[in-house]
Design a protein around this ligand. Sequence first.
Ligand SMILES: Cc1cc2nc3c(=O)[nH]c(=O)nc-3n(C[C@H](O)[C@H](O)[C@H](O)COP(=O)(O)OP(=O)(O)OC[C@H]3O[C@@H](n4cnc5c(N)ncnc54)[C@H](O)[C@@H]3O)c2cc1C
Length: 283
Amino acid sequence: MPPFDLVTPRSVEEAIAALRAFPPDEVAVLAGGTDLLLDLEGERADPRAVVSLRKLPWRTLDWNLGALTVGSTLSLRALETDPELPNRLPALHDAVRAIGGIALRNRATVGGNLGRSAPASDLIPVLLVLDAEVDLVGPDGERRMSVDRFVLGSRRTALGRAELIRSIRIPEARPSAYLWQRVRPANDISQVAVAVAFSPAHRSWRVALGGVPPRPTRVPEAEAALAGARPSASALADAGARLARHEALVTDRRATDEYRRTVASVLFARAVRATIVREGGPG
Ligand SMILES: Cc1cc2nc3c(=O)[nH]c(=O)nc-3n(C[C@H](O)[C@H](O)[C@H](O)COP(=O)(O)OP(=O)(O)OC[C@H]3O[C@@H](n4cnc5c(N)ncnc54)[C@H](O)[C@@H]3O)c2cc1C
């Protein structure tokens, strides 16, 4: 591993100043380190300085005003074991449990999963269907944006220079489900995944694909075909066919396009049915 200076700021201001002190390609952010340390060991990253977020007061979880707000350095395990999560945001519970094994989830953070912006991220598809927002803090102050606008591509986000993810805000009261397919059930990443949520307030569905390059993505054509709290069998089949035609379902080293299309439509039908029957589900 190439040598670097480790900086451990005790406040947000110090963290931003530490990031500003270096050109962007010479400084890296360290949260749980499960992605970054692999990059350092594999010499895919060669920063002069690494800024650790360990001492920032962001390991928080708060249910308030109809939303869950999660601090960016909260571990995935702390999110997963919150007693309210399975009932209030079931798809998020499904997704966080899909990530690695328990040892990995003890270290890996929510902000790291979003900040890394991997095509196979399990959290991002669910955050998309739940209309989650991300709170950023940087040299120019604070700003909030949708996760959809934040995630630009593989390892590409809307973060500006010296900007950090402070927290993620997830509206609740939406029945939802997340299903995935991978070669091995643990310590592997999804070949394809489907997240689904129904908004009772808007009487509308949200559908997203995960495990696909270049980034998890909403599928508006499938959302439109579902229309209504209890879609008919033909509406479900039509929506599934639209989803299976999505351009993100391509061949790469993890799966063929044909495999992804077939599996995605099966996962989609199951996820919609699971959403409908989940306690508190539509209709
Ligand atoms: C064996 C193994 C299995 C895995 N399986 C899965 C899986 O099934 N599903 C899945 O989704 N992921 C998986 N991962 C990926 C990884 O564990 C997750 O992406 C994890 O959530 C990253 O969090 P971290 O805190 O460790 O990130 P770190 O490695 O600390 O950070 C990664 C990068 O994210 C950015 N970042 C982190 N926090 C912030 C912040 N607050 N503000 C701004 N930028 C920030 C920085 O650019 C940083 O360099 C796996 C990894 C391994 C090693």
